[in-house]
Each structure stands twice: as C-alpha cells, then as structure tokens.
Design a protein around this ligand. Sequence first.
Ligand SMILES: *Cc1c(COP(=O)(O)O)cnc(C)c1O
Length: 420
Amino acid sequence: MFAFSTDISYAKNADTNDELARFKKEFHFPQKDGKDVIYFCGNSLGLQPRQTATAIEVELESWRNHAVGGYFGGTHPWLKYHQYCTPALAKMMGCKEEEVTVMNALTVNLHLLMLSFYKPSASRYKIMMEAGAFPSDQYAVETLVKHFGLNPDEAIIEIAPRAGEKLLRTEDILQSIQEAGDSLAMTLFGGINYYTGQLFDMAGITQAAHAVGAIVGFDLAHVAGNVPMHLHDIDADFAVWCSYKYLNAGPGAIGGVFVHEKHATNSNTPRLAGWWGNDEQTRFKMEKGFIPKTNASGWNISTSQVFNTVCLKASLEMFEEAGIDRLRKKSIHLTAYLEFLLKELKHINFSIITPADPEQRGAQLCLYFKERGKEIHDKMISSGIIVDYREPGVIRVAPTPMYCSFQDVYCFYEILKNNF
Ligand SMILES: *Cc1c(COP(=O)(O)O)cnc(C)c1O
C-alpha cells in the first residue's frame, strides 16, 4: 500500500507532504537535554495543547469577574458548559449530538451506564467481556454483579484468545455470544484493547449480541480521538470513554458518554439521576419529580464541571480543524511505517502483538521484546523517546498523528538498529 524505504528520506518526504504536520508545534513537549522529547505515550496521557492555558484563564476570569453570574454571563456561560463539547464529539464518535454528553470520569460513567442497562433476571444475567480487560473495567463489572447479589464466576464470561495466541478472533467472540444466547444480558468490550492494541469488530459484536437479546456497551478509552466511530449506525446501546488519552484533555479530564437515541429519548430508561439531567425548563423550579431530558444529557447528574471540561473543549477545537478522518489517514500511514521499519530489524528477537491489519488496530503497536524489553525501554527514555513499558518485556508505542512525525518514528527505529 505504501512504498516504504529504510532511507531517512522517506520520513523527510512524508513529513514535508503531511498536511497535519503544523499541529506538532501547537503542543508542549517535555524537555530532555534541552530538546523536545519524542512522545509515543499519547495512549496513556496526551500532551498539553498550547491553547489550553489560555482557555483555562478565560474561565478563571469569568469566575473572578462574574462569580455566580458566570452561569449566565461570561464568554461561555457555565450553565451549558457540558454542551460545548458535543458537536465535535458527535462527529468523531459517529452519532447525533443528542446521543453524546460529557460528565464525571470514565469508570464512574461505566458504572452509571451499566446500572441503567443491566437488568439481571433469573435466567438472563451474564455479562461478556474480553479476558485481560483494563483492570478498572474488570473491577466495575465484578462489583456490579456482586451488587446484584450474583457470583462473578458465574455471571461474567471472559473471552480469551486461543491457546498460544495473543489476540481474540472475531469468529470466537461471535460464537461465544451465540452460545451464551438467552443467558446473556450485556456485552462490554473495549473498542481497542489497551494492551494488545486490537480493535474489535464492534459492528459484528453489536449485531450478534442484539440477535440474542443482549445490551451492547463499549469502553472506548483507547478509541476516542484515535479511530473514527459510527456508534449510531452500528446501533451500540451505550459507550463511555476518557478524554486524557488521545483527546489530550489532561489528567482527570471529563469523561464522555454515548447513549443511543432509542434509549436517550425514552424517559423511562432507568438511571441514577441528578438535577443536571433534568429538563431545563423545570430544573430551577426545584420541584419534586425527576423529568429527564430526552437526550444523553439526561444522564448528567451534577452541575457542569467547568474546570475539567475546559481543557477538552480547547483540545477539541484542534480535532475540529484537523478532522478525525484526516488524522486517521495519517495514523494508518504512520503506524504502518513504524511496523515496516521494525520488520527490517531482523537481528532483534521480538514480535508485534498488535494485529497487522490496519482495520483491526489504531495508532498503537504493542511490541514484545522478551528479555531485552526493559533494557530497550531504558535506552529509549535516556535518548528522549517516551514509550510505555509493561512486564514482561512489552513496549507499547503510540505514534499519535496529532503531534508525532515520520522522523520521530525513524528515530525510534534508528536507536533500535544502532544499539541492539
Ligand atoms: C484508561 C482506561 C481506564 C481508566 O479509567 P478512569 O476511570 O479514567 O481512571 C479504564 N478503562 C480502560 C479500558 C482504559 O483504557
């Protein structure tokens, strides 16, 4: 698909022709020996956009100058602050603006949405998820079923790769869903597994789960801002994600939530509510009786969290300018280039765990370097390349298209080539 070469001229040309290259200078980079580091950890915590500080200052100023008046006055009235992110999020998640809102944080939202949609009965009570899901998701599902008095060993079905394999096969997931049949209440998969980088067939999972009458939820922590979604069209019931990974909204940033309109417009969809989810016409009448908004914001509970939303708002402006489809196009190119270069390193004993098919992965490659993993990781860090290390011997590399260049990827390759 690409005419790659191991000559650095390939990287230089690709950077020259990169229509998104200008965004790199819109970010703050940690410094190493007086130089910007190369940052491949955007799958863990994205870099700080330069415009974030200004955006925060605007809200500090509103607070300073207007105090309570800031809810209705100021540059961006806080009353509707949770709404300012929805147009951009709806575009990247492939849904209607009415189907998305921001609130709380990821695991909190996972609990809230699962409580809305998980209604175990004597015969239908199982939840299916991938084995080796992110620990927080495992804890959330474990404690949810216990909350309903169920035994996690019976109520949770974990789908694991076949013996000797590291990735899940779609056919195995779909078959397990069919086998679970009437006993399956809900599926909860990560859109992309945080460790392997595998992007699941979300449309296929949704269709299969709906066919047996189960609810379909996704954790899109590693998808948001990385791979464009079509949540409305694939007919997922709900999804949650965080904003501090590829979305660059900073540590503890506000979480994102998708609720399909068929549930969001139904006032009878169960939920744990608070006044910010109440119909805006009646909210300030302070009367008894919750009247949910007929959109995803009907799940908002508390007053808009201005200071952990402002960074997302600022960052999304850049996503709007860059466009998620252009970012994805560059991302596929960048990650394929990394993969090509790595495969040229025939003298190093390693394997790539992440699927080779670009349709089954996002930006991240998960590299298994065996016993030399830690040593390679330390060399990268001392050379000013930030990557993530996991025992045993695994380095995760996420060349995010917003601020990583082809020459950054080349540097990673060069250090491996010359030192190991
Ligand atoms: C990053 C991540 C989390 C973290 O959840 P928080 O509630 O934001 O701390 C949870 N699940 C997955 C799959 C993740 O990748």
